[in-house]
Design a protein around this ligand. Structure first.
Ligand code: PLP
Length: 441
């Protein structure tokens, strides 16, 4: 495709989470992808340093997924999601349960991470109502949390830039974030900050637990710039939720299915939530799909209180929940993760990535923090002239010009390497970032 930035051909599309004016002046058009590489409109190969958008850990254009999708389209393109079913959705739910921590044994399908966060928090309220505690409605998120773009997500999400344009959303409270200066340049989980979970006690004192439905956090906060949980933090939050009869939801849209070198963040960090939101890596990015796993007690409470058997117990869902083609993509993707040992592979490559990423400490100006866990990592970059977003943007653009896609978000540069990455590719992307930083004015 020929791109002419002078023409109006790029005008009609209002791009999501994008600096539209900048992009349309300087288009970065991706036309193909294979393995760890994109091809751009000029035919250049560009290393994919974010696995798409944390989606494509098994690499792009895997024939197993492509063929499963094609086969499914030829057999059953769509089946109504409400009141009727198809075998793929039931099989996929079982297959997801198999890799989750014990107890998370029922799965509700969505089409995205945002829908998973909405769904989990709606189920939390339904659960308490059906348990005879309808006052338990308040949702508590965390500063710097990201749970998608819907009204729910921006309300209990904690990234100011994603909230300020919209006025009031749902009522929600926020725990403090865990980005502490004394943890700067930690490798893996930072040492300090488990006590930050205790802020839940303050919110309980303020509202009373009888008004609080759930706490929702990412086990590792991704979009805010890869914040691994401090050692002991999630266990402490789990214990406090138990103490006060508050449901704990992990938003594992980035962390589930391998990125942490484990099937889930819950497994990697040793704390099991009552509900878990997933998306992204579920289909290796090939087809939109999300899911929410819940404990059996939550499922049974809501379903058993549903009245006569012909009535719908949870009036919630999406036309494309459990879409047959998405299920086929997810089943093929799970097969790949198992067959190629990609979770283990991510775990093996993690220390190599950690060493390479932390080599940017000190060697480069402007790097004020480096964080990592599994195959996720980020650098915090010192603000230029009071504008925290400028240098990360400049770094990402320089990397793109050098043939590397990395993410810029807020004051950070983020990496989410494919699970199939090799040492040479890790070195190459880290070198490109280092060069880009050193070329800054
Ligand atoms: N939750 C988390 C933790 C995410 O990282 C994201 C997206 O990055 C979402 C929710 C929203 O997912 P989606 O963009 O698929 O709606």
């Amino acid at each position: 495709m020929h791109i002419n930035s002078e023409s109006s051909a790029l005008d009609a599309y209002w791009m999501p989470y994008t600096a539209n004016r900048e992009f349309k002046r300087n288009p970065r058009m991706i036309t193909a992808a294979e393995g760890c590489y994109f091809t751009d409109a000029d035919g250049r190969e560009v290393f994919d340093g974010l696995s798409g958008l944390w989606t494509c850990g098994a690499g792009h254009n895997r024939p197993e997924i492509r063929e499963a999708v094609t086969r499914q389209l030829g057999r059953l393109d769509y089946a109504p999601a409400f009141q009727f079913g198809h075998p793929g959705a039931f099989e996929l739910a079982e297959r997801i349960v198999d890799v989750l921590p014990d107890g998370l044994d029922h799965v509700f399908f969505t089409n995205s991470g945002s829908e998973s966060a909405d769904t989990a928090t709606k189920i939390a309220r339904a659960y308490w109502r059906q348990r005879g505690k309808p006052g338990k409605t308040r949702i508590i998120g965390r500063a710097k949390g990201y749970h998608g773009a819907s009204w729910g997500g921006i309300s209990f999400g904690g990234i100011g830039a994603n909230r300020k344009l919209w006025g009031q959303g749902m009522e929600a409270d926020h725990l403090p974030h865990t980005l502490l200066p004394q943890n700067a340049f930690s490798r893996g989980q930072p040492e300090h900050g488990d006590y930050l979970a205790d802020a839940l006690e303050d919110l309980v004192a303020l509202h009373d637990a009888s008004n609080i439905a759930a706490v929702i956090v990412e086990p590792l906060a991704g979009s805010a710039g890869v914040l691994p949980p401090p050692v002991g933090y999630l266990a402490r939050l789990r214990a406090l939720c138990d103490k006060h009869d508050i449901l704990l939801i992990f938003d594992e849209v980035i962390t589930a299915f391998g990125r942490m070198g484990a099937w889930t963040g819950a497994e990697a960090f040793g704390a099991v939530p009552d509900m878990m939101g997933m998306a992204k890596q579920l289909t290796n990015g090939a087809i939109p799909m999300g899911a929410v796993a819940v404990k059996g007690e939550i499922y049974r409470t809501v379903v058993d209180a549903g009245g006569p058997e012909h009535l719908i117990e949870l009036p919630h869902g999406y036309t494309y929940s459990g879409h047959p083609v998405a299920c086929a993509a997810a089943l093929a993707s799970l097969d790949l993760l198992h067959r190629d040992g990609l979770i283990e592979r991510a775990r093996e490559m993690a220390p190599i990535f950690e060493n390479a990423l932390h080599s940017l400490k000190g060697a480069n100006r402007y790097v004020t923090d480096i964080r990592n866990y599994g195959l996720a990592g980020a650098l915090t970059i010192e603000a230029a002239h009071g504008d925290p977003a400028l240098r990360p943007y400049q770094i990402a653009m320089k990397c793109w010009a050098k043939g590397f896609f990395v993410r810029h978000g807020g004051d950070t540069v983020q990496l989410g390497l494919p699970f199939i990455v090799d040492r040479a590719q890790i070195d190459a992307v880290i070198n490109a970032i280092g060069e880009a930083i050193n070329e800054l004015e």
